[in-house]
Design a protein around this ligand. Structure first.
Ligand code: NAG
Ligand code: NAG
Ligand code: NAG
Length: 188
């Protein structure tokens, strides 16, 4: 009896059922580094049932500012990048696990919290491997709300990559349908 209790405690903990809200909006601050490219990215994020719209401002090391809107379709795995000049380009989605689907059952977890005393908020950090990327995703337990995301790996070009994303002001609301709609120039 005693022995089996100990075994339970000693094994790594796996849990399932952490699924972010089906619809949410928020702001992200992201830091992207790969090869010679280093970008600071501010994003307004809108998510609705497998579809994500991201308005983003990218600032490179030399101060160049680029504004883009990305339409990510997690159901097909394709993303559409609308540039400032109206051009739209499609490509495969490289990064997943940023709050758009349930966390896989085989992720290893570390329990923690933010805040102190009576106000502490339980959080969980998940460690995942997929697509050749090692990812740490922290969520607030109540609602599986994304908090922080960090991934490292190698891009198809062979360049190493590190991407860190911090989530601010996530609200579980359905975004405006107008924001989710792709412009005609992206419908290829
Ligand atoms: C991007 O920059 C524009 C102009 O400064 C600003 O209005 C917009 O809110 C910024 N977007 C984000 C996601 O920070
Ligand atoms: C991008 O769109 C073109 C034209 O529809 C298509 O042939 C191509 O397969 C698409 N690329 C990806 C990565 O989906
Ligand atoms: C979990 O499963 C995926 C795909 O089934 C696999 O690629 C990955 O290595 C597994 N382990 C972890 C820790 O994510």
């Amino acid at each position: 009896m005693m022995k089996s209790c100990l075994v339970l405690v000693l094994f790594p903990v796996f849990i399932s059922g952490c699924c972010p809200p089906k619809a949410w909006t928020g702001k992200n601050f992201a830091n992207y580094a790969s090869g010679k490219v280093h970008l600071e990215i501010l994003q307004d994020v809108f998510y609705d049932n497998g579809m994500m719209t991201v308005h983003q401002n990218l600032t490179s090391d030399d101060g160049t500012l680029t504004r883009q809107t990305i339409y990510l379709n997690y159901l097909t795995g394709i993303q559409y990048v609308l540039n400032g000049d109206g051009r739209c380009e499609n490509s495969s989605i490289t990064f997943t696990g940023v709050g758009e689907s349930c966390i896989p059952d085989n992720a290893t977890i570390s329990k923690s919290y933010i805040g102190a005393g009576a106000n502490k908020i339980p959080t969980t950090m998940f460690r995942l491997i997929g697509n050749g990327f090692l990812t740490y995703l922290s969520v607030i337990d109540n609602g599986c709300v994304p908090l922080m995301y960090e991934t490292t790996g190698t891009l198809p070009t062979g360049d190493g990559l590190k991407l860190t994303v911090e989530y601010f002001g996530v609200v579980a609301v359905k975004p405006d349908a107008k924001i989710m709609k792709m412009p005609a120039s992206c419908m290829m």
